[in-house]
Design a binder for this molecule. Structure first.
Ligand SMILES: [Zn+2]
Ligand SMILES: [Zn+2]
Length: 328
């Protein structure tokens, strides 16, 4: 009898301790973790160690994206030990041990001023069917793909472009007619890439855009993209696109030849739309989407007037934008 009572008491104390621990952990903010020092991120237990959280934050491994690493506490779920990767010359993060998988043999050029790399030649990767461009090379971000880098790489089927890339040069993917897949890791970053012309965008040939492993069919442009650069989604195989409120501009030919695109949503936050941004989409080619006055609107944005309009035309009330070249 006495033994049973003790067991119950012990259980009660344990439950109370656990509740207290969880409650205090949820109540206190901040990163409990100290900076990661491990090599491979396995079997580490790190935390504030001051006892105020009621427990020491603990996780067995780092989680990563292209640029950052962090741990998620197995007890309270809080992120701790977060930071940017610190890549060494072997492309291994000195803090978390992460080594990105990427294609060897490409050529790079260092821009001394910005201390970043451009991929400038296909090098020994010529003939490969899959190429993964790294987010970092020699510990420095890869921010551009040069002119004609993959020119005529007809065997290329899949290209992975990391989120640090901000520009892709002329004819970078010219005649890459075998391309079927463009893989990215960050949609906002993709929207911000400067493509010198449409053939600079591998989507021009590939049509299918993947966010990680899943193909994007219903495209939602996040508000933090802010702008959609010219040619960004040219020829993409999307069926719908919803631009989130907060995006302010859509570049020229941004969605041109998205031939399956039947549904388009543009919010009032957009104040500029480039020429032919939606030309030759399924939406554009469907006559029933055009007004009886011969004008195509998407939301409160006047996209184009057909060539039956002469003299003067009064735009509808609440029109937010008249796309470039709408009346040419
Ligand atoms: Zn915790
Ligand atoms: Zn790292």
């Amino acid at each position: 009898m006495k033994h049973k009572f003790l067991t119950i008491l012990l259980a009660l104390v344990t439950v109370l301790c656990l509740c207290f621990g969880l409650a205090t952990c949820g109540g206190l903010g901040g990163n409990g973790g100290i900076g990661g020092t491990g090599n491979n991120g396995e079997n580490e237990n790190e935390g504030s160690g001051n006892g105020e959280d009621g427990h020491v934050h603990s996780a067995n491994y780092f989680e990563v994206n292209d640029n950052e690493h962090w741990k998620s506490c197995t007890v309270c779920g809080k992120k701790f030990s977060a930071g940017n990767h610190a890549f060494n010359a072997d492309n291994v993060c000195e803090d978390c041990g992460y080594t990105p998988i990427y294609t060897q043999g490409l050529n790079y050029t260092l821009d001394e001023e910005t201390s970043t790399y451009s991929a400038t030649g296909v090098g020994e990767a010529k003939g490969k069917t899959e190429i993964i461009i790294p987010a970092y090379y020699n510990g420095k971000a890869v921010t551009s793909i040069g002119e004609r880098v993959f020119y005529g790489c007809r065997s290329l089927e899949s290209i992975t472009i990391p989120n640090n890339v901000t520009s892709i040069g002329d004819d970078a993917f010219w005649a890459c007619s075998g391309l079927e897949k463009v893989i990215i890791t960050d949609l906002s970053a993709w929207c911000k890439i400067d493509f010198t012309y449409r053939e600079a965008n591998p989507l021009y040939y590939a049509h299918h855009l993947y966010l990680g492993e899943s193909e994007i069919i219903n495209l939602i442009i996040p508000s933090d993209a802010a702008e959609i650069k010219s040619y960004a989604f040219y020829g993409g195989a999307f069926t719908s696109v919803k631009v989130s409120y907060g995006v302010t501009s859509i570049g020229r030919q941004a969605f041109m030849y998205c031939s399956s695109l039947t549904s388009i949503t543009i919010p009032d936050s957009v104040t500029s739309i480039g020429g032919s941004a939606f030309s030759e989409t399924a939406f554009y080619n469907n006559q029933s989407n055009w007004g009886s006055d011969g004008v195509l609107y998407i939301g409160n944005h006047l996209i184009e007037a057909n060539n039956t309009i002469f003299g003067s035309y009064f735009v509808r009330a609440n029109t937010k934008t008249i796309a470039d070249g709408a009346f040419v």
